[in-house]
Design a protein around this ligand. Structure first.
Ligand code: NAP
Length: 436
């Protein structure tokens, strides 16, 4: 019998569990660990609450968890409650699927002022991430800015611009819905350091901005290269640029009070304000020969009492695991980090790609594991029995999948759209729902 530990219960963790379960059948036990008492990682805390069709993939993960050889072990922090070396003693292989939950920093002056938040914090706040329940983003001004031209920047700008009515059917957490409803922000400026052709936004996500109840996108047609330049673009990307061109050709709807302004060729130099963010000092850029942003020396201000940086994420290091500081991920060769130690998903590749990208990624790593450790063998590792013994000694009380289903049935399991609640999303509340 083989014993495998997957650390992290987001998409990468679940797809790897699915692949290992298929490869080994009843010849392996697969434990999916998570630091939170509830599973799903990015699906729960990262995917936008108004993108329910994306969140529905968790149903597929439930099926994986229902496999007899697969278990969820929540409320265990690897690196704190148990080390990777200890896991390697207990299991045949350990697969790190911890994602990239930390915000990359801009590295500019004023980034630490109150009112400047990373997208992981902001997204976590509206998704009920316990670490960010107290974020309290300042929504009382008239101007906000989102730095970055990827899909996360779009998520943040859209959430800031939607009405309460537009959140119906979403699972946005109550405290965020209430705060957003009271928000006075009228203009959200989306700052991209390069041009429209260099965006990392996908067509469906961009297209949504054209149909919001109270907000209109504003794009300056002068930012685009001649239309013939679009021919060379990959079709999906060309579609995104076409949508942007349509926005540029449509005057903002005067019946809608909110604006989402795309400010291209705009590189933030510093964030200023009297004890809190009030404005971003920006330098106009142009593309150099290599396609990078080069400053032109033209400086201007963008007002913003809330600044959200959405410029990418990094994986936190874990003691004893080789780490690629520049890439913000574990150092690995095709998913292999070390002897019997693997990484999948964003912890392997860095923070790019959709949820679906994690499927081939997980299957590829599972194949590597299966090639190195054929079914039928085993090193007499004790697996979960040893893990539970160690955790008990350390006073750590893990949760399992049944616990998670019990939590889901209670008030603290999820927020209900349209019914604002007090701040409740804390690990203690989840555990209290289990009577612990
Ligand atoms: P991303 O796609 O890598 O975009 C990051 C953006 O930040 C880029 O526009 C980048 O510009 C900009 N940036 C980086 N450093 C910067 C700096 N110092 N100053 C100014 N701008 C800077 O990352 P993401 O938006 O975090 O998304 C992560 C992944 O999740 C992506 O693959 C995304 O598609 C996916 N995602 C998908 C969905 C969806 O499908 N609905 C939703 C959310 C996220 P440069 O290009 O100039 O570097």
């Amino acid at each position: 019998m083989r014993h495998f530990a997957i650390v992290g219960s987001g998409p990468a963790g679940f797809y790897t569990a699915e692949a290992l379960s298929k490869a080994y059948g009843d010849q392996a036990r697969i434990d999916i660990l998570d630091r939170y008492p509830v599973p799903y990682g990015l699906i729960r805390f990262g995917v936008a609450p108004d993108h329910q069709s994306l969140k529905a993939v968790s149903k597929r993960y439930d099926k994986v968890a229902d496999e007899p050889g697969v278990d969820f072990i929540g409320n265990v922090t690897v690196g704190r409650d148990i080390s990777v070396d200890e896991l390697l003693d207990l299991y045949d292989a350990v697969i790190l699927a911890i994602g990239a939950p930390h915000d990359r920093k801009l590295g500019i002056l004023g980034e630490d002022l109150p009112g400047v938040v990373g997208s992981a914090e902001f997204v976590g706040w509206y998704n009920g991430h316990p670490e960010f329940a107290d974020l309290d983003p300042p929504l009382g001004g008239s101007h906000a800015a989102v730095i970055g031209n990827g899909n996360v920047a779009l998520d943040c700008a859209r959430i800031l611009s939607k009405t309460q009515h537009e959140f119906e059917g979403s699972d946005i957490v109550g405290h965020a819905l209430q705060a957003l409803e009271a928000s006075t922000i009228k203009t959200v400026t989306i700052l991209g350091r390069r041009g429209p052709h260099q965006i990392a936004m996908t067509p469906k996500e961009l297209g949504e901005l054209g149909h919001l109840e109270q907000a209109s996108p504003v794009v300056d047609g002068a930012d685009f290269p001649p239309i013939e330049a679009d021919d060379a673009l990959e079709p999906g990307h060309r579609k995104s640029i076409t949508i942007l061109r349509e926005f540029a050709g449509t005057p903002p709807d005067s019946s809608k009070p909110k604006r989402m302004v795309f400010d291209f060729f705009a590189k933030p130099l510093r964030i200023e304000g009297d004890g809190k963010a009030e404005r971003i000092i920006v330098e106009r850029t142009e593309l150099d020969e290599g396609g990078s942003a080069r400053g032109t020396g033209e400086i201007y201000e963008v007002p913003a009492s809330l600044v959200i940086t959405a410029i990418g994420y990094s994986t936190p290091p874990i003691e004893g695991v080789p780490y690629d500081k520049r890439g913000g991920k574990f150092r690995n060769e095709g998913g292999i980090v070390g002897d019997r130690l693997y990484a999948v998903g964003w912890a392997r590749r860095g923070p790019t790609g959709t949820i679906g990208t994690n499927r081939p990624d997980g299957y590829e790593v599972a194949e590597q594991v299966a090639a190195a450790m054929p079914a039928g063998g085993g090193d007499d590792r004790v697996g979960v029995e040893g893990l539970k013994r160690l955790l008990t000694e350390r006073g750590v009380m893990p949760t399992d999948y049944d616990d998670w289903r019990k939590i889901e049935e209670t008030e603290v399991g999820r927020a209900r759209p349209g019914s604002p609640r007090e701040k409740f999303v804390r690990v203690e509340d989840w555990l209290a729902a289990l009577g612990r």
